[in-house]
Write a protein that binds this ligand. Structure first.
Ligand code: CA
Length: 224
């Protein structure tokens, strides 16, 4: 699992990173709300741990902006305060859960497991974009009456593109998310799989196109 931690208290952020490492989760740390939003918008994370009181942009605004851009990554708010109104406000903004500081390691890990499970089981049974439907349980991509099974990497790429319809997904994001940090796959591996997917979209007679943004990455085009 790949986790984003947005927390301006450096010592707490480092502690969180250490805890996550013990579970073999990979983790990126950022220290203010604007960076948090920019990283989170990439859509490459499985869970986001988000402090509320942050420099530049508070956690409520970060999660509200993410949801308005259709980024559905589960967010756990970290709050120093335990007033009910804060919790309600956080959930209303689109957060999935909250943790009141100080929290125990066990509680943190349990919440992370819970929200990431929820993502797989309930929230995202299938993804839709324009005339396409991606079934997340059997890896089938459909358009009107036609459907086709995707290979594992094709499926993971399509899932990232369809889960973040407003975003440009970079080749680096795809390499990390689909091939993993340890892999020595390169940009042209991504290009090969994108071309497989384009052939499948053609077969499906979909109006959706995987557009290339030169030197940046890919995004989906189509009438939504
Ligand atoms: Ca803070």
């Amino acid at each position: 699992m790949h986790i984003l931690v947005v927390e301006d208290e450096v010592r707490l952020a480092e502690t969180l990173k250490e805890i996550l490492k013990t579970q073999k989760y990979t983790c990126d740390l950022v220290y203010d709300g604007e960076d948090g939003l920019a990283y989170a918008e990439s859509g490459i994370y499985d869970v986001i741990l988000l402090d509320i009181m942050l420099p530049k942009m508070n956690g409520f605004d970060v999660v509200r902006t993410l949801r308005s851009k259709k980024v559905s990554t589960p967010v756990i708010l970290l709050t120093a305060r335990d007033e009910v109104t804060d919790k309600v406000k956080g959930l209303d903004c689109g957060a999935d859960d909250y943790l009141t500081k100080p929290f125990s390691t066990e509680e943190l890990l349990a919440r992370i497991r819970a929200v990431s499970r929820r993502l797989g089981e309930v929230l995202l049974d299938e993804l839709q974009f324009a005339d396409l439907t991606l079934n997340l349980s059997n890896c089938t991509l459909s358009c009107k009456t036609k459907s086709i099974k995707l290979g594992y990497k094709e499926f993971e790429i399509m899932k990232l593109l369809m889960a973040n319809p407003g975003a440009i997904i970079s080749k680096d994001d795809l390499l990390v998310k689909v091939w993993g940090y340890e892999s020595d796959a390169e940009d042209n591996n991504v290009e090969v799989y994108i071309s497989f997917l384009r052939k499948k979209l053609h077969f499906l007679e979909s109006a959706v196109n995987i557009a290339t943004v030169r030197k940046i990455g890919y995004h989906l085009e189509g009438d939504v």
